[in-house]
Design a protein around this ligand. Structure first.
Ligand code: SF4
Ligand code: SF4
Length: 392
């Protein structure tokens, strides 16, 4: 598919280039966070019954303090900063915070309930440099558990389609005894109609632990997977983590929370994740590369049944670092038995440039030149011909 060189399409290509560079840099070194979630205010305008991440009273973190925390995350080499909450659109200076993230050449994303979006607000997010927005929609009609409903938010989705100049992901949820599991399919289909990315999450309990899918939930989940356009991380995630989680089976993996993923609460403390607050709870200004390196290999007892998908996705990059060919094959298995691996285009391009030759032979001249040019384009240090061979 060729896209005409409109402003929107140019920004689309720029985002893909920045994402490819993020992946390449994450593969090159394990000594920096790939993703940090930062909380600019704990207050939320909704009260979802299952949520343990909001209150109704707290004030926004001051803008000056938020900018200081962004600087500290940049100094640690963070590649993506996601602003969540509570509800981040309630923060009066969200645009300034987004601009600060982009000024450090960090990918800027938010997770919102979408209630406060208007065409004018979306245009301001464009101008601030937002690159990705996620809305989680829980049901078709509001109920006592959640008001994050397609019926309420559909107009906002149309405005996002018309005005949004950033990637948009609509997450639906299954599990946890949700009243109408078929709603997840309706939400996914609507999001696909609008051209958005989609993911589906398995609801975790208040400790971040698993609730397996049963009966109708299972059928709806399989139907969603068969209709969905596979996105890069969602597709790999489904093949590895989701496959076990939806059956109530544990995953064997190394959780990189506190290392490759940081959760910065409103008090400026670094925690493992939203579900494991209190560990290690070190002030961000005191967090160092030594902390990052220690937590890289710290075993987390909650890992086998963890459903915190953003930390899983970051861990997939480290699986590829550690064992590129085998991990890629597991993440993107053949669609037909005995067929080739189902690599998305970006993975095919990066692996053809950076992966060592399968037969262990040194790469030829053409391959060395291509890799060298790609390293320069991604701003990678030329300490080796491949980011996959450094710092392993
Ligand atoms: S909108 Fe999000 S932060 Fe607010 S209560 Fe619901 S799940 Fe929690
Ligand atoms: S395994 Fe990691 S991401 Fe999951 S709940 Fe535990 S600390 Fe959080």
């Amino acid at each position: 598919m060729r896209l005409a060189p409109t402003r929107k399409n140019i920004r689309f290509y720029q985002r893909r280039m920045r994402q490819a560079r993020m992946v390449a840099r994450a593969l090159q070194s394990k000594h920096h966070p790939v993703l940090a979630h930062i909380i600019p205010m704990r207050r939320c305008n909704l009260s979802c019954a299952y949520c343990n991440e909001y209150d109704k009273v707290s004030a926004p973190v001051s803008t000056q303090e938020m900018l200081r925390r962004i600087d500290l995350l940049a100094r640690l080499g963070t590649q993506i900063i996601t602003i969540s909450g509570g509800e981040p659109l309630l923060h009066p200076d969200l645009d300034e915070i987004l601009r600060a993230i982009r000024s450090h050449d960090i990918i800027a994303t938010i997770i919102t309930n979408g209630y406060l979006l208007t065409p004018e607000r979306i245009e301001r997010l464009n101008k601030a440099g937002l690159e990705h927005l996620q809305i989680s929609i829980d049901n078709v009609n509001p109920d006592d558990v959640s008001k994050k409903s397609l019926k309420v938010l559909d107009k906002k989705l149309e405005w996002l389609k018309e005005h949004g100049d950033f990637d948009i992901n609509i997450n639906s949820v299954l599990g946890g005894g949700i009243a109408h599991p078929e709603d997840a399919l309706t939400i996914t289909r609507r999001a696909l109609d609008l051209g958005f990315e989609t993911t589906v999450g398995v609801i975790h309990d208040h400790g971040g632990q698993l609730q397996p899918l049963r009966g109708e939930e299972r059928r709806v989940y399989d139907q969603i997977l068969s209709e969905r356009r596979p996105g890069l991380f969602a597709f790999a995630y489904d093949n590895l983590f989701h496959k076990n989680l939806t059956m109530g089976q544990p995953n064997e993996w190394q959780c990189g929370a506190g290392s490759r993923y940081l959760y910065i609460c409103e008090d400026g403390l670094v925690h493992y994740c939203s579900q494991q607050r209190g560990y290690p709870a070190i002030p961000l200004e005191k967090y160092t590369v030594e902390d990052i390196d220690r937590e890289y290999s710290t075993k987390k007892p909650c890992a086998p049944f963890c459903t915190v998908s953003c930390v899983h996705r970051v861990a997939m990059l480290d699986m590829i670092r550690n064992d590129p060919r085998d991990s890629l094959f597991r993440l993107f298995p053949p669609l037909t038995p005995g067929g080739p691996p189902s690599y998305p285009p970006i993975v095919r391009a990066l692996s053809s440039i950076f992966l060592p030759e399968p037969n262990g032979k040194p790469p030829g001249l053409a391959r060395r030149l291509t890799t060298g040019m790609a390293m320069r384009a991604f701003g990678l240090k030329r300490t080796d011909k491949s980011p996959l061979r450094d710092n392993l």
